[in-house]
Design a protein around this ligand. Structure first.
Ligand code: GLA
Length: 374
């Protein structure tokens, strides 16, 4: 299935883990639409691990837990479709899912058919408990084929955390998005580690094969399944959304939407940032003057603008600058170059070919740069 923009939506795992059910999904879908998140592009509602019964039925079919989902998945899919949303489900390439529920190894084509019958639009496919005899890349290819032959457009979202050199084979599997890093937790250390590791995937992220930095923790504030202590500060959450969108990662909200505070809603719905995330070209970012704990990157956008990310991963505040030459625009005397901060909307130019600013510890800035011929 060709997907031409990084997918956006919501996923149960970060906040709810095993505590999922039909009412939660319906209430989330209702709130998602009430708060207008769908208008920003958040369309997929994904039920992660722990939705199935522990045993397949007598015909070998996977079955939703009737206590958690008394009306079944088909009815839930219809409920979401009625609201203009899409339903995502979860399975795993191994003998069991990561939480120990039935997985799809040796049942790939049956499960893909079941998902298609239910009206599922998206499959997150995990990498736990792989059989010893078949490598993960074959199993991902097999599920890719099963989905493509299922008779329904189902987005294939691979979740192998970058393991076994995922980036070298993921494009052979037909996955539209793929986890490039390990599981996220709701704290600064986790964010910093994913941001640092993500640099290895700049060259392989591309249209139709999006490197997924994992579900968002914005708005969790330390609560829920991957919540730790107090979570992150507002500025750290801003850095989180700044980096995910600058990199063009899929955006799957992980917080409880029913209790989401206004600050978090604002972080998730910055139009400028979402436009950068969803840019149709997904050009590869390039370094301005990056070091291990201070990233400065730029990315050419489809309308000829340039996005710039300055991200201070260190624990000390820093003054910083970048110049026109780092953007390949040195001595472009025939150009007016303006720089707009996507959060404050403040616009400035370059002074003596330089743009300087100040970025506090754990903070980041995203700018959209416009070029105009004089
Ligand atoms: C793995 C994945 C997570 C989540 C859990 C569910 O750890 O990386 O995103 O799906 O499994 O068990």
């Amino acid at each position: 299935m060709l997907v031409s923009k990084p997918p956006m939506g919501w996923n149960t795992w970060n906040t709810f883990g095993e505590k999922i059910n039909e009412d939660l999904i319906k209430e989330t879908a209702d709130v998602l639409v009430e708060k207008g998140l769908d208008k920003f592009g958040y369309k997929y509602v994904v039920i992660d691990d722990c939705w199935a019964l522990r045993e397949r039925d007598k015909d070998g079919k996977i079955t939703a837990d009737p206590v958690k989902f008394p009306h079944g998945i088909k009815a839930l899919a219809a409920y979401l479709h009625e609201k203009g949303l899409k339903l995502g489900m979860y399975s795993c390439a191994g003998n069991m899912t990561c939480a120990g529920y039935p997985a799809s190894f040796n049942h790939e084509f049956t499960d893909a058919e079941t998902f298609a019958e239910w009206g599922v639009d998206f499959l997150k496919y995990d990498f736990c408990y792989l059989p010893k005899t078949v490598s993960g890349k074959y199993l991902f290819r097999r599920m890719g084929l099963a989905l493509l032959n299922s008779g329904r457009d189902i987005l294939f979202s691979g979740c192998s955390w970058g393991a076994d050199n995922t980036k070298d084979w993921i494009k052979t599997t037909s996955a539209s998005m793929w986890r490039c890093t390990g599981d996220i937790f709701d704290n600064w250390e986790s964010l910093k580690s994913i941001i640092t590791l993500r640099a290895d995937f700049d060259a392989v992220n591309s249209v139709g094969s999006y490197a997924d930095m994992d579900m968002l923790i914005v708005g969790m504030n330390g609560k829920g399944n991957v919540g730790l202590n107090k979570g992150c500060t507002e500025e750290e959450y801003r850095t989180h959304i700044n980096v995910w969108t600058f990199m063009g990662s899929p955006l799957m909200v992980g917080a409880d939407l029913r209790t989401l505070d206004d600050k978090s809603l604002k972080l998730l719905t910055n139009k400028e940032l979402i436009a950068i995330d969803q840019d149709s070209m997904s050009c590869q970012p390039f370094d301005l003057y990056s070091s291990s704990d201070f990233m400065q990157k730029a990315r050419i956008l489809d309308n000829g603008d340039i996005a710039v990310l300055l991200c201070n991963l260190s624990d000390t505040d820093r003054g910083t600058w970048f110049d026109l030459s780092s953007l390949s625009l040195e001595q472009s005397g025939d150009l007016d170059v303006t720089v707009t901060d996507v959060w404050t909307n403040e616009t400035r130019g370059f002074v003596n070919q330089c743009f300087s600013t100040f970025v506090k510890a754990h903070e980041s800035k995203v700018y959209r740069i416009k070029l105009k011929k004089k």
